[in-house]
Design a protein around this ligand. Structure first.
Ligand code: UD1
Ligand code: MG
Length: 491
């Protein structure tokens, strides 16, 4: 019979140990929420539907965050929400999924919502283990050095034959059973008969006398259930507090960096680079120490980033060099040199061969091919043509205290150092601005704008000033001597 798969994610628990206003499932690991990591793991299995079992406390926030379907761009799966109220344990939680189950579902994979490191390969093993043992259900297990907190797997004689005798919760386990280090991951593959069997278990086994909950692992007493052991205990680990969240993020980061290295990216000090899962790096990109790549940042072939760059939703082209640059929501074309100490703010677009030197801030500005912003500039709300040179210390005065205005600069314009350009303003192609100018009027093509007082040289004036100053100095010294003498005579 064809498998028609549903995924049920148990998420009605309260994230008490997170001490957070929001559900732990909505905290992020490398830019993606914990629940999205779980959803990403199940998408390649092409499930027919995903059911999220939630409590009244997190219904709205989960729905708001995830909506009614989930897609990785290729595979799309509908999300269905099922309320568990009150929370009477994991078996009771799974039963809440039954009324919303799509027609014709044959199999169900059950996952906890808070184990983000699971992957589709590991989940596929559940099918193989079930078939190999001729069982009805299967449970993913792992060997844990420290199994505390987990349910322990008891085998009926030979652990190799895979059929589980019982799963004993830590709270209910004997001293001896606590030494067992094969643990229940809380991840299962069930046939659709599981619902009927759980209802029966509720009658025959009932609630745990210790915890007062209906235990999902009790299913192993109702139908032959195979264990499926993964060697990778990391993949089943859950996130219960922020320390575990940080640990999981390190695991994901290590894997991300490793996969980019395998794809041809050089990391000088990989452990100092933080990145989101959605960044895109070409071959022969080089990432130096202390870089942070966020929100879909992209870097083209041959570009060298770092040390000390933060790229946040920035699209950097090929063969660029960036050192100590922060780039947010902006585009950089090819062969561009930037830094050190540059702040590229939203709406910046640096075209090919642009050079941006130290201590420069840009915002909402298109800088044309081959133009140079070598030192200490603020360039906001502007278009610069090709081969424009802006002198050191030039400020684009784009704000009148109420509104922002634009500055447009033609090709081959040269703006002298320490000028202030008052927007709105247009400077025509090939024009010059004399250094130190305050430019308040449009400058025509090929004109020279001088916006400062004309220099005047007064012959011999400095020498006369110096003599006068010298005389004043001597006079003051004499006065101080006289005052000191008078004071001495009094005593
Ligand atoms: C459970 C298993 C344990 C396993 C461990 C793996 C049971 C009884 N025990 O224990 O064998 O080793 O997971 O992590 O199942 N949930 C609900 N509704 C409820 C209770 C729980 O939706 O009424 C959800 C939680 O949000 C969580 C998942 O089910 O995502 C597991 O529940 P949790 O309380 O963490 O169970 P554990 O004690 O860890
Ligand atoms: Mg748990």
């Amino acid at each position: 019979m064809d498998v028609r798969l549903a995924i049920v994610i148990l998420a009605a628990g309260k994230s008490t140990r997170f001490h957070s206003k929001k559900s732990k499932l909505l905290h992020t690991i490398c830019g993606q929420t914990v629940i999205e990591w779980v959803l990403d793991a199940v998408l390649p299995l092409e499930p027919h539907q995903v059911i999220l079992v939630h409590g009244p406390h997190n219904e709205a926030e989960l729905h708001d965050a995830l909506g009614d379907d989930y897609s990785d761009g290729e595979i799309n799966v509908p999300l269905t929400y099922a309320l568990q109220q009150p929370a009477l344990g994991t078996a009771h939680a799974l039963l809440q999924a039954e009324p919303v189950l799509a027609e014709g579902i044959t199999d169900i994979i059950v996952l906890p919502g808070d184990a983000p490191l699971i992957d589709d390969e590991t989940l596929r093993m559940l099918f193989e283990a079930r078939d190999a043992a001729g069982a009805e259900h299967s449970v993913l297990t792992a060997l844990m050095e420290d199994p505390s907190g987990y349910g322990r797997i008891l085998h009926d004689g030979d652990p190799e034959n895979g059929i589980i005798e019982a799963i004993v919760e830590e709270a209910d386990a004997t001293e001896e059973q606590r030494f067992i280090n094969e643990v229940n991951s809380g991840m299962y593959l069930f046939s659709v008969r599981v619902f009927e069997q759980l209802r029966k278990a509720a009658e025959t086994i009932g609630k745990s006398s210790v915890k007062g909950e209906y235990y999902l692992p009790d299913i192993v007493k109702m139908a032959p259930t195979a264990s499926c052991m993964t060697e990778d205990y990391v993949s089943i680990s859950g996130i219960n507090d922020r320390e575990q969240l940080a640990w999981a993020e390190q695991e994901v980061l290590t894997a991300l960096r490793r996969s980019w290295m395998q794809a041809g990216v050089t990391f000088r000090m990989p452990e100092t680079v933080y990145m989101h899962a959605d960044v895109k790096l070409d071959e022969d990109v080089e990432i130096g120490p202390n870089c942070v790549l966020l929100n879909g940042a992209e870097v083209g072939r041959g570009t060298v980033i770092g040390p000390g760059c933060v790229l946040d939703n920035a699209n950097i082209g090929e063969n660029c060099t960036l050192m100590h640059v922060r780039a947010l929501d902006c585009d950089v074309d090819d062969n561009v040199t930037i830094g050190p100490y540059v702040n590229l703010r939203p709406g910046t677009h640096l075209q090919d061969n642009v050079k941006v030197g130290n201590f420069v801030e840009t915002k909402n500005a298109v800088i044309g091919t081959g133009s140079k912003l070598p030192h200490l500039q603020y360039i906001g709300d502007a278009e610069l043509g090709e081969n424009v040179n802006i002198g050191a210390g030039t400020i684009f005065c784009n704000y009148d205290g109420v509104n922002k205005h634009r500055i447009s600069i033609g090709n081959n314009v040269f703006v002298g150092s320490n000028s202030s350009l008052q927007a709105p303003l247009t400077i025509g192609e090939g024009a010059y601005v004399a250094m130190g100018s305050a430019v308040t009027k449009d400058v025509p093509q090929d004109a020279l704008a001088v916006g400062r007082a004309r220099q005047e040289n007064k012959e011999g004036y400095a020498a006369r000033l110096r003599e006068k100053a010298q005389r004043l100095k001597e006079q003051r010294a004499m006065e101080r001597e006289r005052e000191a003498g008078e004071a001495g005579g009094k005593s």
